[in-house]
Ligand binder design. Structure first.
Ligand SMILES: [Zn+2]
Length: 349
């Protein structure tokens, strides 16, 4: 088993001013730099300052407009000779594109997420588009992850709340993995399950769960990285993705207005942990309340009919993937619960 983990990991305020120094320390002085749309305007100045002061040469700079595989190939096959690393700065699209460009060229990738709306930036896969269809392609876990918490704190709150929704889903995902072990004999990687759960517990136990608190944000970012590492250790997305992710994927397909991944996953986790009779369900609700995740959803609820349809469609999203929703009558039981429980009245409309 060949497991890789990020060797360069910096999550702190103002790290972008030191990006050049970190790159040089790891022996990279000729880099390809991918920015997401509008990101150079946002953080380009600090990156230019750090790059110049550490004498890093940018051999190719690219603004990534899409995660379409054809566009990505266009960049990947034209990287100048002697490129030592791919540095991807931006949201999910830029980081996924950068990860895949690095993977195709067998070059290390340094991910510099400027928003933390899900755990994709540190995962071993890349979410791409092939002929208009979203696919999860195999890629490598980034060599480096550098996150400037000052930049994250300035993001619209929805992004960070979405990241928290994606994190809290580990409780549901791990419970489903255990269910599958008992029902189908699917092997569990205990270490992977442990790091996935422990990373969430760090922020669950943090006294101040304000998404403006730099200390709390540091824990959230660290936990998202660990979620990526747990997938690398497991060799699959099992520790990070259970029935709640299936509901979210189905909602993506059915909804007229899909929400951010972690928003959907967080809401679905409230549902699946009920069905699992999960002992952590109160923790899930408490963290989602304290971080203001729930009040944000109440201000703009998910579509009730679509959410109920997504629950019914979820088991077919990944055939053969055993979760609590695979059990006989589970879908109907959960739908009836949601119709009857007052908690759901203002989360769905
Ligand atoms: Zn996720």
């Amino acid at each position: 088993m060949d497991i890789r983990i990020p060797s360069l990991l910096r999550i702190k305020p103002d790290t972008l001013f030191k990006l050049g120094k970190y790159l040089r320390k790891h022996g990279f002085d000729r880099i390809a730099l991918c920015y997401g749309e509008g990101i150079e305007e946002l953080v380009g100045r600090s990156i230019r300052i750090s790059r110049d002061s550490s004498e890093i040469t940018v051999v190719r700079q690219e603004v990534v407009h899409s995660n379409d595989v054809t566009d990505i190939m266009g960049v990947a096959f034209h990287l100048p000779r002697g490129t030592q690393a791919v540095v991807a700065v931006g949201g999910g699209v830029a980081v996924d594109a950068g990860k895949y460009i690095g993977f195709l060229n067998q070059l290390p990738v340094v991910a510099v997420p400027t928003a933390i709306s899900n755990d994709g930036f540190a995962s071993p896969g890349a979410s791409l588009r092939v002929e208009g269809q979203r696919i999860s392609a195999k890629a490598a876990i980034p060599f480096g992850v550098v996150i400037d918490t000052t930049v994250i704190a300035a993001c619209p709150p929805r992004f960070t709340l979405s990241g928290i929704g994606d994190l809290i889903s580990k409780y549901s995902a791990i419970a489903d993995w255990k269910l599958s072990y008992h029902a189908t004999g699917e092997a569990i990687n205990d270490f992977s399950a442990m790091i996935a759960l422990q990373s969430v517990e760090n922020l669950v136990n943090h006294p101040d769960k304000s998404i403006e608190d730099l200390g709390f944000l540091q824990l959230v970012c660290g936990a998202l990285v660990m979620s990526g590492v747990s997938m690398e250790v497991a060799g699959s997305s099992r520790p990070a993705s259970g029935s709640e992710h299936l509901i979210s994927h189905a909602y993506d397909r059915l909804a007229a207005r899909p929400r951010m991944h972690g928003e959907q996953v967080g809401v679905a986790t409230i549902a699946t942990t009920w069905l699992q009779d999960n002992p952590q369900r109160d923790t899930v609700l408490r963290v989602l309340e304290q971080t203001t995740f729930l009040s944000a959803i109440r201000a703009d609820p998910l579509d009730r009919a679509t959410f109920l349809a997504a629950i019914a469609a979820a088991p077919a999203v990944k055939p053969g993937y055993h979760t609590v929703l695979s059990e006989p009558g589970a879908v109907e039981r959960l739908q009836a619960h949601i119709a009857a429980d007052p908690l759901w009245q203002d989360l769905l409309a």
